[in-house]
Design a protein around this ligand. Structure first.
Ligand code: TYD
Length: 219
């Protein structure tokens, strides 16, 4: 299914990533997409970043803890360290086994949050993450895009505890959103941008249709 990833590797699964600023409805779409694919008979694993493996989940608590401060390079390296563990223990074995891997966030989030948001050089973020992932990249990244004000309102009414990233200064979420759009423009064949201000079921249909037509996923 997946042409992608890395030259000369024998991974046969499909690697699908969801990205978007906070409050754009990623988690809902991750679950709905996975459920539809499972019902169609595919072997699917859902995972998330930061997290998705034991060490990465421990690093998640550390890096998102709202009571700590973390400098920008440390933050970049902690997200990358979590990603390396996630890749080695969860993503790569599942792709090798021919599964569809759906990850809630991946390297695109580090480019958006640590580079566009915090100001770490994009080249540095990309380079660090080449090492962290062993150069494995998604077949398709689905970007859920929404007006930042609307996403903020949805986040505020969600009622969950605000993590350290969500308490970043004004303008941060705007920069994050813009970065995802630039990333998609730079590699349009590997991104699908969806207007996230639509009914959830309409969005899921658009995602499934795309996977069917562009990645040969049977439904
Ligand atoms: P997430 O669990 O997706 O939070 P939410 O469901 O609120 O969107 O991600 C946690 C936060 O971590 C989110 O604000 C984005 C941030 N993040 C980074 O800054 N860099 C990264 O590389 C990743 C994966 C996430």
């Amino acid at each position: 299914m997946g042409p992608y990833h890395q030259k000369g590797c024998d991974m046969t699964g499909l690697f699908v990533v969801f990205e978007g600023a906070d409050g754009t409805g990623k988690s809902t779409q991750v679950s709905a997409t996975a459920q539809a694919l499972q019902q169609a008979g595919h072997e699917v694993i859902i995972t998330r970043e930061p997290g998705g493996s034991d060490v990465a989940e421990a690093l998640r608590s550390l890096v998102l803890d709202p009571t700590t401060t973390v400098d920008d390079m440390t933050e970049t390296l902690l997200f990358a360290a979590a990603r390396a563990d996630h890749m080695a223990k969860t993503i790569r074995p599942a792709l090798d086994a021919g599964k569809i891997v759906i990850s809630d966030r991946f390297v695109g989030s580090s480019v958006a949050y640590q580079s566009a948001g915090r100001g770490v050089s994009q080249h540095v973020v990309e380079e660090i993450n080449q090492y962290a992932t062993g150069a494995v990249s998604p077949d398709i990244t689905i970007v859920l895009d929404m007006d930042t004000g609307l996403a903020d309102t949805r986040r505020d009414t969600r009622g969950t505890v605000v993590d350290r990233m969500e308490s970043a200064p004004d303008g941060f979420q705007e920069a994050v959103r813009a970065s995802f759009l630039v990333q998609a423009e730079t590699a349009p064949e590997r991104h699908l941008v969806i207007n996230a201000d639509q009914p959830a079921s309409t969005i899921t249909d658009q995602i499934l249709t795309y996977l069917q037509t562009h990645h040969g996923v049977t439904l």
